[in-house]
Design a protein around this ligand. Sequence first.
Ligand code: SF4
Length: 162
Amino acid sequence: MKLCKFSKRSKEHAYKNFTDKRNKLQKLKFASVSFSERLVFVPHCMRNIAICTAKEKDSYYTCSECSGCKINKINKLAKKLNYQTLCILKGGRAIEKIIKEQKPRAIIGIACFFEGYQAFKILENTDVVVQFIPLKKDGCVDTDVDIEEAEKVLRYENQDFK
Ligand code: SF4
């Protein structure tokens, strides 16, 4: 049992290191992409499922801004900045399909470390640059993100790093 816990922790540590490094490597390139060519991916487990009225579209949902969870704020900021769109992902497998259809040049992904690791891997042979924001509480339901961190990353522009 102890070995199991150790192995889980060491895997998480490895995913964290990997995603931290990729974020740093891709930050400047990400910041140079115009807002209108960026997508935001958030996980469906962040929704408040008791009241959520998000609309289902094939492989993702779109937020209908019921104010029931933090996705509302992120969606409003993405719209204000003129982001291409925000997709509430049903699962990581939808990523490739959405990228093919919507052809963004950059994405922001909010997820657990494992999903973040997988997304970087899926996109490593493409021209799409990524900034990953880890959930501060992960799991299958009621997950949570640091909203200030998410808003900061959404606003990234080149001038921020000069
Ligand atoms: S704010 Fe959007 S994602 Fe959150 S519960 Fe409401 S409709 Fe669903």
